[in-house]
Design a protein around this ligand. Sequence first.
Ligand SMILES: *[C@@H]1O[C@H](CO)[C@@H](O)[C@H](O)[C@H]1NC(C)=O
Length: 333
Amino acid sequence: MILDMSVRCLTRLLLVVGLLHAVSAIIKGNSDYQHYQQQLPGDHFSKDFYHPDLKNGLLSSNMRFKPVTDCMFVTSEPGSFTYTSKTNDEEVCGIYFLAGPDQMVEINFITFDVPCEHHGLVSVVDGWELNGEVFPSEMDHRLPLKQRSSEFCGKNIGVKRTFTSSQNVAVIQYRIPKPGKGFTLLARFLKNPRPCNVLAASIGEPYTLRNYGRRVNCTYVALYSGTVQVIALGVGVSNFLGSVRTTETGTLRKCDETSPHDQVVIGGSFGLDTSKVQIVDSICGIDSKPDYQELVEYSVTSVRLVSSGFFENSVTVQVQPLKDELLDANLSI
Ligand SMILES: *[C@@H]1O[C@H](CO)[C@@H](O)[C@H](O)[C@H]1NC(C)=O
């Protein structure tokens, strides 16, 4: 979608595997950003990866501008970041921001020098883009795909613009094949008053999806396989006259027949595009103490709340990773 297809093809597989691993490391509880070391697909990550060098961590958090050192750079911390190209390599790289579930990412370029004549290009994406797939998927985002990215190059271009994401993830993709050129940016995490699509930023923490009365579909995604446990359920049940029911119904299945426009769809996929999920189950109803869990054996687990706008829907879920999944990930991509 964003940059030259030919350039991207080369790095695709590595990036998908790398991203999932890098995110795993971050959501395992390391508050500071991680550096992704390039590995071959299928390689197991060494356990050292999850115990970042403390000295390096302290060093970088004390610096005013955090240098972007790795091609795949994932950070769960706001702050100032700087990238200076060292090569004339046309590789496409990315700075992946992952804020808290109820936050959105605001990006301002402070300096910008990316020469167009040397094939330089920067792209700011509202969401994460990887392997040609985006999260949130086009069907769940309020903006069409085309309006979710801005590409530009030149000197001081984009410095006056502010980019704000619609959810807790955003990515800056860049290709700067000219040594010494680059950019600095300031990333802030702002409060999102009505979060909809969310990428899990921690492991196994309960999360409540809500529609805030809107006609909207929202997806919660965890980049690991696991057990989806439903902790509370209040989703679109009406009687046959159409009035809102407020008594416990228990957890209902086969909602496609009874409540197709208000339901929770649990599924899994192997990439970021949640419109390609394999549906594992769908439920609806009002149940304040559901006894429900479902195993999702894909590398990406998603819970999608479908809302017609006629109900105040909410569902609280917890995605527990399979044992040792994150240390021992051998993704079948
Ligand atoms: C939500 O999803 C359902 C089923 O996937 C679809 O029929 C409906 O049009 C979607 N609503 C919105 C607002 O996109």
